[in-house]
Ligand binder design. Sequence first.
Ligand SMILES: NC(=O)c1ccc[n+]([C@@H]2O[C@H](COP(=O)([O-])OP(=O)(O)OC[C@H]3O[C@@H](n4cnc5c(N)ncnc54)[C@H](OP(=O)(O)O)[C@@H]3O)[C@@H](O)[C@H]2O)c1
Length: 347
Amino acid sequence: MKKIVIERPGGYQRLKIIELAPPKPRDNEVLVEVFAAGVNFADIFIRLGLYKSAKEYVGWPITPGFEFSGTVLNCGRDVSGIAEGAAVFGLTRFGAYASHLCVPADQVYSIAENSKFTAEQWAAFPAVFLTAYHGLFQNIVLRAGMKILVHSAAGGVGGALLQLGKIADCRMTAVVGSSHKVDTALAFGADGVIDKSKEDLWAKAEEICPDGFDVVFDANGPATLQQSYRHLASNGKLVAYGFHTMLSTHGGFPNYFKLIYDYFRVPRFNPLDMTGDNKSLIAFNLSFLFHRMDLLEEAMQDLVNWVEKGKIQAPVLQQYPVEKVADAHRALESGKMVGKLILKFSH
Ligand SMILES: NC(=O)c1ccc[n+]([C@@H]2O[C@H](COP(=O)([O-])OP(=O)(O)OC[C@H]3O[C@@H](n4cnc5c(N)ncnc54)[C@H](OP(=O)(O)O)[C@@H]3O)[C@@H](O)[C@H]2O)c1
């Protein structure tokens, strides 16, 4: 089998491909021959050694990757309900950048024979849609008509938030960083798009929603968190779930001065002030949620149902052979791409 291994934090050259014997599944696991693995922004933070749960659960060396699709090759003794030869997609806490992967059977989902998505598209689905679902439906009491602002709305999680928000009949305002992303955000269902490369983000946001937004989804971090909070309506919720503006957008190395500067720019929210403002902050990271398979299961049931009913669009993919993993990271770090990236394995 092949897998990508990062021995220690750093640039693209740390993404090494190694060959070794495939693992054997434990009693509760299945061995999957991986067809494709999704690439997520978190994988960049992992490569740079800046991802808390990666340090906590794995350390070094590490193989990134939260999601995959493939074929079940072998089932552990206690596994039921899934057979060898089944086409599946799934979720793993790290390790999916590999041609073969052992995962607990309850983190693997069958792909229906006449599914609306291809195996490639399923590989790009779980991480961003579970994040969006968890943020919208498991952290907020969502009501039809709520006004929601989504930053980086043409990206993986952003696009998922727009689509799920529309399923819940909310009014979705998308923010994008470049003009070529406007059409993508509209295609995901945005009711309005703010192109911050051309217009003043917050002046336009006030024009669209003078009383403020009920919810703002912000994965930018220090660049916008403070203003996102300011632009909440009374009773509004700011959902902070990422910090991608802390990275520089080229070179593959962290700019440590920027990281330190940005660390001190992250706003500190005071519960006393928040109570007085009648606004609040929600923050989460899905990689700490694997002990709550009940929540992930509930989310996945709804999501798969919506996919097969045609309510969720197939992700727009950019595909890379696993040998080109560095190019995939480079593309994601550029901040210019839309849709989702996957790594393909040939067997
Ligand atoms: N908390 C969680 O559980 C969780 C789970 C999944 C993802 N996330 C976070 O959600 C965010 C989106 O993840 P994703 O995988 O879907 O990525 P993505 O949105 O497809 O790509 C990242 C986007 O961020 C924007 N961006 C702004 N500054 C950037 C910079 N310095 N470098 C690169 N991109 C920059 C760009 O969009 P614009 O220029 O249009 O803004 C870019 O397209 C990330 O921050 C990620 O860490 C959190």
